[in-house]
Design a protein around this ligand. Structure first.
Ligand code: ZN
Length: 223
């Protein structure tokens, strides 16, 4: 695969400023002549997520938009959207942390599709993965394919929802960012920590543990 052939025109990347979506942004920049990053403001526990997203898009010279999704606060008040509720220290047995907002990813992708169509863009990139056991049903491949078909029907348009991380684990996500020349950027500038600490994070929340395990596995496998 030649990673430097920009043979596609335009894409919208659903972008949170985290490891996965930043890797997708780097992936898109190798393939598309024009890339737009789209973030969602839903009253995140950490406004820092949006700050990271802004910094990363500035560094990469990517057009960036933020859509107001504060209605998520009303729909699913929980630990991600309300600052007065504690995040689970450990993921519960079913693997779904209490930070989940039902259907959140579906909503983000749907709004991204409306945005993309207005710009004449068909390709939407999202960093969802079926391999990381996050347990979110709207991150699974079958759902993405189903939503892609639904969006096409809803807007009479041919969308292409791309999921570069769908079948790879966290270690291979690190490998991909390394292959794309963005390992340091992802290590230092992204935010995945539930406690809002950029880069390495707090080291103890479930998200930091997953990120660290993946990085260590990446070093073991490839370095
Ligand atoms: Zn953390």
């Amino acid at each position: 695969m030649n990673m430097n052939t920009k043979n596609k025109e335009k894409a919208v990347v659903v972008f949170s400023g985290g490891q996965d979506s930043t890797t997708c942004l780097l992936w898109a920049l190798k393939r598309y002549k024009e890339v737009i990053a789209l973030s969602f403001d839903y009253g995140q526990r950490h406004k820092k997520e949006l700050e990271c997203a802004k910094d990363i898009t500035e560094e990469l010279g990517v057009e960036w938009h933020v859509l107001d999704m504060s209605l998520l606060n009303q729909l699913a008040p929980n630990s991600l959207t309300r600052t007065d509720i504690e995040v689970d220290k450990e993921a519960p047995n079913d693997g779904v942390p209490n930070s989940v907002v039902d259907g959140r990813n579906m909503l983000f992708l749907t709004f991204a599709a409306v945005f993309a169509k207005q710009r004449g863009i068909t390709d939407i990139i999202t960093g969802v993965s079926q391999s990381d056991f996050s347990g979110y049903p709207d991150c699974r491949d079958v759902f993405i394919k189903s939503l892609n078909a639904t969006l096409n029907l809803a807007m009479d348009y041919t969308f292409c929802v791309e999921t570069p991380l769908m079948w790879i684990d966290k270690a291979d996500t690190w490998k991909l960012s390394d292959d794309l020349g963005g390992l340091e950027l992802v290590r230092e500038k992204t935010l995945t920590c539930y406690n809002g600490i950029k880069g390495e994070g707090c080291g103890t929340c479930p998200s930091c543990k997953l990120r660290k395990q993946g990085y260590e596995e990446f070093l073991k496998r490839y370095k």
